[in-house]
Design a protein around this ligand. Structure first.
Ligand SMILES: C[S@@+](CC[C@H](N)C(=O)[O-])C[C@H]1O[C@@H](n2cnc3c(N)ncnc32)[C@H](O)[C@@H]1O
Length: 205
């Protein structure tokens, strides 16, 4: 099941990778770094993991504040767009996080990737395991929606129609995260005329 999902997700992102950052939604999400980073503790001694980094909407600005960013994604096409930016302290890692990671990180950040992952409890557990003690967690995704945000959810490898952050917070607590909180961080204006709120969930390992 997870493999099938991965094939769909990778096929979708292979099609859209080249123009991804030009889409009106990506342009709105490009403002996220400025809203999220002031809520994190960032310094040049840190190594962060960006899960589902894509073309680097968060990795690229994050690399200005920390020592090293590992941009993990299962889509070679999305990572190719990121690699073209040639940012010295970003390493693109085409890998499934469930395969295990060889390093630990001061922080894990992720934007708009969770809704592509079936096993959220397992993902949170992997994130907890790859964080240093006290390491920071920052997850961004859609609040629960009716499926209209992506439209062809199945075809795009979307497995969650957003999230109830309260439930996500409970799942994060179960795998050991502490100091958990969430807030609405942005509202995406969609071409369908509707607005879709997105949340930022923060925690510490
Ligand atoms: C909507 S894009 C968001 C990209 C970037 N974070 C941003 O905000 O622009 C979702 C990304 O998650 C990646 N993705 C989907 N499933 C994944 C998985 N299981 N592991 C890692 N990345 C995944 C996709 O390949 C895609 O690049």
């Amino acid at each position: 099941m997870a493999d099938e999902l991965q094939v769909l997700s990778n096929a979708h992102f292979a099609q859209v990778a080249e123009g991804f950052e030009r889409s009106p939604i990506s342009k709105q999400l490009a403002t996220l770094a400025g809203k999220v980073f002031p809520l994190l503790t960032l310094n040049k001694n840190q190594h962060w993991l960006d899960f589902g980094a894509g073309t680097g909407a968060l990795s690229v600005p994050l690399a200005e504040y920390v020592g090293q960013v590992t941009a993990l994604d299962t889509s070679a096409a999305m990572l190719a767009q990121l690699s073209e930016k040639d940012v010295a302290n970003i390493t693109a890692l085409e890998q499934d996080i469930f395969g295990g990671l060889s390093e630990t990180y001061a922080g894990v950040i992720s934007s708009m990737a969770l809704h592509h992952v079936a096993d959220i409890a397992g993902l949170l557990s992997c994130m907890h395991q790859c964080l240093d003690e006290g390491g920071q967690l920052a997850l961004i995704d859609l609040y629960s929606e009716d499926g209209s945000f992506h439209g062809d959810n199945a075809g795009k490898g979307v497995v969650h129609l957003g999230f109830d952050p309260e439930q996500l917070l409970e799942q994060a607590a179960k795998v050991g995260f502490k100091q958990l909180s969430y807030r609405e961080i942005f509202n995406i204006k969609h071409k369908n005329g509707r607005s879709y709120p997105i949340f930022l969930l923060l925690g510490r390992a």
